[in-house]
Design a protein around this ligand. Structure first.
Ligand SMILES: Cc1cc2nc3c(=O)[nH]c(=O)nc-3n(C[C@H](O)[C@H](O)[C@H](O)COP(=O)(O)O)c2cc1C
Length: 244
């Protein structure tokens, strides 16, 4: 029992519980905010078609979704990518300066950024891209076959090079922590879970399948994406393709 109580996980959970005292005293770390979304100025832009929204029934998608780890060799299409990105992070409404999205976010602060590792997509070069959430296009970070590298950083999981695309979700922790202090760290991961489930259900609706990936060497994936691992770090991934 003591090893459980003294574990980092339980200490973090205990220390980030809301208490009446803390809420009343309003004692919270002063953490300065960050920009609300990221853009790679000067990056080559890859335009995507308007997403074609599937009419597939949500209840069917819920009952059909399964983690899929083996994919047909067929490349993903830009239209499929566009639909999947929209389902994950698409902007659906505006409320004063908040750009509300398909997935909920604590305080509407949207700490999650989406990157794609493209192994094979019609008309898009293999490489790593960032999704510009406001313009709905991709920004090229680097081109080349990086699937094997991502696979090595993910403890040898073959989906990373066999799937036509891997979604990589990073967190800009400061966005949420500037409002909620260290408790915000909990919310960041909850936000990301919502986004990934949207992605997996949308994939199911399009006749595709995906597998969430939590087992990876954080800093090796961060280096691949050019992230510092502190201000922004990879926290979750999902491979997507047509089930074999
Ligand atoms: C947080 C999280 C991390 C996961 N990481 C991996 C992973 O690294 N590799 C993998 O093959 N599956 C991973 N999975 C998928 C689970 O193994 C899978 O969801 C579970 O076996 C239930 O099967 P189902 O998704 O088909 O319902 C992960 C799932 C979650 C929710």
């Amino acid at each position: 029992m003591p090893e459980y109580l003294e574990s980092l996980g339980i200490r973090f959970f205990e220390l980030t519980k809301h208490t009446r005292k803390e809420l009343f005293e309003r004692k919270r770390e002063a953490i300065s905010p960050s920009t609300p979304f990221k853009e790679y100025q000067g990056a080559k832009v890859v335009e995507l078609p308007e997403p074609l929204l599937s009419k597939e029934d949500i209840w069917n998608c819920l009952s059909k979704r399964r983690s899929v780890r083996k994919y047909k060799e067929r490349p993903i299409t830009p239209l499929e990518l566009s639909g999947l990105l929209w389902a994950s992070q698409g902007i659906t409404a505006r409320l004063s300066h908040y750009l509300l999205r398909t997935a909920p976010s604590a305080g509407a602060l949207y700490p999650i950024e989406t990157y794609l590792l493209v192994n094979s997509c019609d008309g898009i070069e293999s490489g790593i891209y960032h999704y510009h959430v406001v313009f709905g296009h991709l920004e090229e970070i680097k081109t080349g076959p990086f699937g094997k590298e991502l696979g090595e950083a993910s403890l040898g999981q073959p989906m990373c090079w066999q799937a036509p695309v891997v979604f990589i979700f990073s967190a800009v922790f400061r966005r949420t922590m500037s409002k909620y202090g260290s408790r915000g760290m909990r919310y960041v991961f909850l936000d990301c879970g919502h986004i990934c489930q949207n992605l997996l259900l949308a994939a199911t609706a399009l006749g595709l399948g995906g597998c969430p990936i939590g087992a990876f060497l954080d800093d090796e994936v961060n280096v691949l994406l050019g992230l510092d691992g502190v201000e922004e770090s990879v926290i979750y991934m999902a491979s997507i393709g047509e089930p074999k």
